[in-house]
Write a new protein. Structure first.
Ligand SMILES: [Fe+2]
Length: 330
C-alpha cells in the first residue's frame, strides 16, 4: 500500500514536469527488447536513472568517435568484438579495474582491459540429421571447399556474424589464404542465404545439408520442435570456424560519471545478468556462476573449441567488406 502511494507520488511529480536528469547515458548496439529489462533492473537496484540510445553497433561506435569530447555517452555496449576493438584502438575507453576480470576466462576480456565481454556466441556448423552421415563431418572450415561438399553448404555473406568470422580468418591465416578460401568456397556452389535463421530453416527443409551459423539460432528451432531435423557441432578444437565472438561493454574515458558507469558494467557481469543472457538469449555466459543452458553445452567445451584470437584485432570490418566485394560475394 505504502509503495503504491509513493509510486503515485512519483508519477504525479513527473507529470507536473519535474523530470530527473539521467545519471548515465548508454549507447547500445544491442536491441531494446533485450536491454530494456536489464536497464530497468539496474535502475531499481541502484536508484540511478539511465538513458539509452539504441542503434547499429558499428554506427554507434563511429558516432562516438565523431562526437569526440561532446559525446553524451558514458558507456558503449556493442554486440561485436570488432566494434569494441575499434574504440579501444582509438583510445577513447577508460581502463577497467583488474578486479573485474578475476573470475573471467581470458577469452572474454580485452588484453588491454578497456572493455569486458558481457556474453559470447560461437560460430558452429549446423547439419541435417537426415542427409549427413557422421563420417562426412569436416574437422575444419577449410575442408568445406572439398568436392564432397559441392552444392551442400549454406552461408550468408552479407551477415555480420559471418563477416566477423572472415575478419578473424584474415587476422589468423592472412589475406591470401582467406581470399583463396572464399574463392574456393564460391566455386563449390554454396547455397546463399539472407541470414542465420534462413540457413537453419534451409538445412531443416533440404535446401542445404550444412550451414555456417551462429550458435543461438538452432536452439530456437528445437525449442519449438524437438524433432527439427538438424543439429550443430564445432569443427576440431581451435579451428577458426569455431570463432567465439562477444558482445562487450566499455566506459568512455571522458565520461564524468565513472563511478555510476562502473556500477553498470559490474551489474552486466554479475551472476544475475549473466543468467539472463544464458537462459533467455541463449548466449554463452562469461562466468561459471550461472545455471548452464543445456542447449549451449558447457563452458569447458566452448573454451576448448574456440580458436585463439585477440578480439581487439577484429576491428577491420571495412577490410573484410572490401575483400568480399573483390571476390564478388556481396
Ligand atoms: Fe545474430
Amino acid at each position: 500500500m505504502r509503495k503504491s502511494i509513493i509510486s503515485a507520488l512519483i508519477a504525479g511529480l513527473s507529470l507536473t514536469g519535474i523530470v530527473q536528469a539521467a545519471d548515465l547515458t548508454i549507447y547500445s548496439g544491442r536491441g531494446e527488447s533485450f536491454v530494456a529489462p536489464l536497464v530497468q533492473q539496474f535502475e531499481q537496484n541502484t536508484g540511478l536513472k539511465v538513458t539509452v540510445r539504441y542503434g547499429d553497433t558499428a554506427q554507434l561506435a563511429s558516432l562516438i568517435l565523431e562526437e569526440g569530447q561532446r559525446s553524451p555517452a558514458d558507456i558503449y555496449w556493442g554486440q561485436d568484438a570488432g566494434a569494441m576493438g575499434s574504440l579501444a584502438y582509438a583510445g577513447v575507453l577508460a581502463e577497467l579495474p583488474e578486479s573485474l576480470f578475476t573470475d573471467i576466462p581470458e577469452i572474454f576480456s580485452s588484453q588491454n582491459r578497456q572493455w569486458v565481454a558481457t556474453s559470447g556466441r560461437s560460430r558452429v556448423l549446423v547439419h541435417s540429421t537426415e542427409r549427413v552421415d557422421q563420417s562426412e563431418m569436416p574437422s575444419s572450415v577449410f575442408d568445406l571447399t572439398d568436392e564432397k561438399y559441392k552444392g551442400r553448404v549454406g552461408w550468408a555473406p552479407t551477415n555480420g556474424g559471418f563477416q566477423a568470422f572472415v575478419t578473424a580468418m584474415r587476422v589468423t591465416h592472412g589475406e591470401e589464404t582467406t581470399e583463396q578460401w572464399l574463392r574456393d568456397m564460391a566455386a563449390n556452389q554454396p547455397v546463399v542465404f539472407r541470414n542465420n535463421t534462413t540457413i537453419v530453416e534451409g538445412v531443416g527443409n533440404g535446401d542445404a545439408d550444412f550451414g555456417l551459423v551462429n550458435n543461438y539460432y538452432l536452439p530456437r528451432f528445437i525449442a519449438r520442435n524437438a524433432d527439427f531435423p538438424a543439429r550443430q557441432t564445432f569443427f576440431a578444437n581451435g579451428d577458426i570456424g569455431n570463432l567465439l565472438n562477444v558482445a562487450g561493454v566499455g566506459i568512455l574515458e571522458r565520461s564524468n560519471n565513472q563511478e555510476a558507469a562502473l556500477k553498470f558494467v559490474e551489474f552486466l557481469v554479475s551472476p544475475a545478468a549473466q543468467q539472463y543472457f544464458t537462459s533467455v538469449v541463449n548466449e554463452h555466459p562469461i562466468s561459471n556462476q550461472v545455471i548452464a543452458n543445456p542447449v549451449l553445452g558447457n563452458t569447458d567445451t566452448l573454451l576448448g573449441a574456440s580458436p585463439e584470437v585477440n578480439l581487439d584485432d577484429l576491428y577491420d570490418l571495412p577490410g573484410t567488406l572490401e575483400l568480399l566485394r573483390k571476390v564478388g560475394l556481396i
